[in-house]
Design a protein around this ligand. Structure first.
Ligand code: NDP
Length: 497
């Protein structure tokens, strides 16, 4: 990127390149700290209006935004494809998924977040109690480039439905997508700054973390996530961390091998493997290992990375090519068998599908996020062994299990934010289910009721309805009350065991 301007200068611009061809496909300003602060200040003012609309009023405008995105989906898909290099049909698919979540957030916000009565306890019987979930005001969303519609909208839709305004910092690789989404929102709100996009690089994101936002919703790599947390710590700004993964697919002895192979290929190679929930490791029961490999290779041989209409697009981020090459070369140097692709698969911006076996469990290709179209397949003697190996990494984002019987029992023992049985990534596409990780994959949730609550704080309110028969919080509390409470406590809590 071009050098950063001082705040006194006119904004500096940066170019966006089509990763497949290198052609310039866009030019956007780099927002510095002053520009970010100004966007947040506008969002604070707009938040008053947005909040006053109430759940129903916001849902109406979010529905209109959804219709606006739907009508413009072909154009939006072209922006996504131009900036990421992914096939246009994949770009369309992520828009469809994002629309489903947007609809769910708008429809369910009041049910999940609205005020509700809560029963008091015996000692607080004199109070009427209620709970509601209130918006922070302004939420900052920092997004990645790999699914530049689906991923940021998972935070943006839920934050907006909860009553926040949003300042969005898209990846420097996909700023046009962020600008398109905000412009579509402007068309339904008459340009009120409910959703603003600030373009720029990592420093723009850091400025957003240090601004007066009430929360940061971050999606990106674990390493950047740590920097985001450090910046947010300066103001004690809460953060949602949707970070990287090293997801595995497990194949039990009774699995449908054709379906498992199909899911493994799509899960591992779609979007050129640049998927947080992408399949990077496969553990196969020894009884079906050879048969599974045959199914996998039969299907993989016809897949090609290249310019459209190839099934697999380019690697979007040039520096990721070195990571993919290192993982393959390291595995081969440590004795891996190359069944498809291999070190020569990395050519220019494209990586041909690569399938490796006999890779040591501590190799980079098994423990680090590769983010390329590579699969490491390992034979296991039992599903217990598979579970142990899956759980051995620091990451814990998602997992896929293929088993005709006992899939739930396997899923329950996996340390992951979500597991899909007999399908790849289904749990991320069901709007009512939460999505997120544990360990190095982050914390907090998008989607579902948890995804709405993520962008709110819980507010408790009580109202005394009548004088308490047992006044506790007063200096007027007498010896009789103390004795009565002591007896009550003994009866309520001391009779166990
Ligand atoms: P990065 O971590 O490189 O960047 C993510 C975002 O953070 C970008 O907008 C980036 O801006 C911004 N950023 C960079 N530095 C800073 C900083 N110091 N302060 C604030 N913001 C900063 O991730 P990628 O964009 O490469 O995305 C790929 C990663 O995202 C993978 O690890 C993937 O697993 C993960 N991911 C996780 C998902 C989940 O749901 N858990 C979903 C999708 C992806 P810029 O690009 O301009 O540098």
């Amino acid at each position: 990127m071009t050098p950063r301007p001082s705040t006194m200068d006119a904004p500096t611009f940066f170019d966006v390149h089509d990763p497949a061809t290198g052609a310039v496909v866009g030019r956007y300003p780099i927002a510095d700290a002053t520009a970010v602060e100004a966007a947040v200040a506008r969002a604070e003012t707009a938040a008053v209006w947005w909040r006053a609309l109430g759940f129903a009023g916001r849902a109406r405008l979010l529905d209109r935004w959804r219709a606006e995105i739907t009508r413009g989906r072909a154009e939006l898909a072209h922006v996504v494809a131009a900036e990421t290099g992914k096939p246009i049909s994949d770009a369309r698919l992520e828009i469809v998924m994002a629309l489903e979540h947007l609809k769910w957030a708008a429809r369910n916000a009041e049910r999940v977040l609205g005020s509700r009565p809560v029963s008091p306890s015996l000692l607080t019987i004199d109070h009427a109690c209620r709970l509601e979930y209130r918006p922070f005001g302004v939420v900052g969303v920092i997004g990645p480039w790999n699914y530049p519609v689906f991923t940021p909208l998972s935070s943006i839709s839920f934050a907006l439905a909860a009553g926040n305004t949003v300042v969005f910092k898209p990846s420097e690789y996909t700023p046009g997508v962020g600008v398109w989404l905000a412009q579509a929102f402007d068309r339904v709100t008459g340009e009120r700054p409910i959703l603003q996009t600030v373009t720029g690089d990592g420093a723009t994101g850091a400025a957003l973390c240090r601004s007066r936002v009430g929360k940061i919703g971050f999606t990106g790599s674990t390493e950047t996530g740590k920097r985001v947390m450090a910046a947010c710590a300066e103001r004690l700004t809460p953060v949602l961390m949707e970070c990287g993964g090293k997801d595995a697919l497990l194949v039990a002895a009774d699995a449908d091998l054709g379906a498992a192979a199909d899911a493994a290929l799509w899960g591992g190679l779609a979007n050129a493997g640049q998927t947080c929930l992408g399949v990077e490791r496969i553990y196969v029961h020894t009884e079906v290992y050879d048969a599974f490999l045959t199914e996998l290779l039969d299907r993989a041989r016809d897949l090609r990375a290249g310019a459209a209409p190839a099934e697999i697009g380019p690697i979007t981020m040039p520096k990721q090519l070195a990571v993919i090459r290192r993982h393959i070369e390291d595995a081969v140097a440590r004795g891996a068998t190359v069944l498809l692709g291999g070190p020569d698969a990395v050519r220019g911006q494209f990586v041909q599908p690569t399938i490796l076996t006999d890779v040591p469990e501590d190799a980079a290709a098994v423990v680090e996020e590769t983010f390329g179209p590579t699969l490491v397949v390992a034979r296991v003697g039992s599903m217990d062994e598979a579970i142990e190996k899956v759980n051995a990494t620091e990451y814990g984002l998602g997992a896929t299990v293929f088993a005709r019987r006992g899939g739930d029992a396997i899923a329950d023992r996996l340390r992951a934010g979500g597991t899909s049985i007999n399908a790849f990534v289904a749990h991320a596409t069901v709007p009512g289910l939460p999505l997120g990780g544990v360990g190095a994959s982050g914390f907090g949730r998008v989607h579902g009721p948890d995804g709405l609550r993520e962008f709110t704080y819980a507010k408790a309110t009580t109202r005394r309805r009548f004088p308490s028969p047992l006044p506790l919080t007063t200096f007027a509390r007498g010896v009789r009350t103390d004795a009565l409470i002591d007896r009550l406590v003994g009866v309520r809590h001391g009779r166990i065991g």
